[in-house]
Structures are given as C-alpha cells and as structure tokens.
Design a protein around this ligand. Structure first.
Ligand SMILES: [Zn+2]
Length: 66
C-alpha cells in the first residue's frame, strides 16, 4: 500500500513553509493541499491551482502493520 504526500519544503515559497501533507488517496490529499494553499499561501481555488498541486503529489510505500 502507498501513502500519498506533498512536501511543501520542496516547493520554495516566500514563507519557507515546511508543512508536509499526506493522505491515502490523491483526491483527499488534493483537497487538503488546496485548503493549505488558500489558508497559508494566499492562493485562490482555481482549476489551475488544482492542476499544479496534483503535479506535486508523490507517493511513498507504507510498511504493513505487524
Ligand atoms: Zn505550504
């Protein structure tokens, strides 16, 4: 299983944001990231913003719980 994440540190911004967001699905993560971008980065919720954020999504493997 994989975990999706976006690490704000990899995307330089004026405020040197270090937030990392993660979720199990792209759609959940996209929603959380859009809210973060609006609240913290002063972005507007537009189709263009969502396209950009979707490109930032990465995945990492999650070790199975024992
Ligand atoms: Zn951020």
């Amino acid at each position: 299983m994989e975990r999706k994440y976006i690490d704000c540190r990899e995307y330089p911004s004026e405020m040197n944001c270090t937030v990392m967001l993660s979720a199990d699905s792209d759609d959940e993560l996209l929603e959380a990231a859009v809210q973060h971008a609006i609240a913290v980065h002063g972005e507007k919720d537009t189709p263009g913003l969502r396209t950009e954020i979707r490109k930032m999504i990465k995945s990492m493997p999650v070790a199975k719980a024992a």
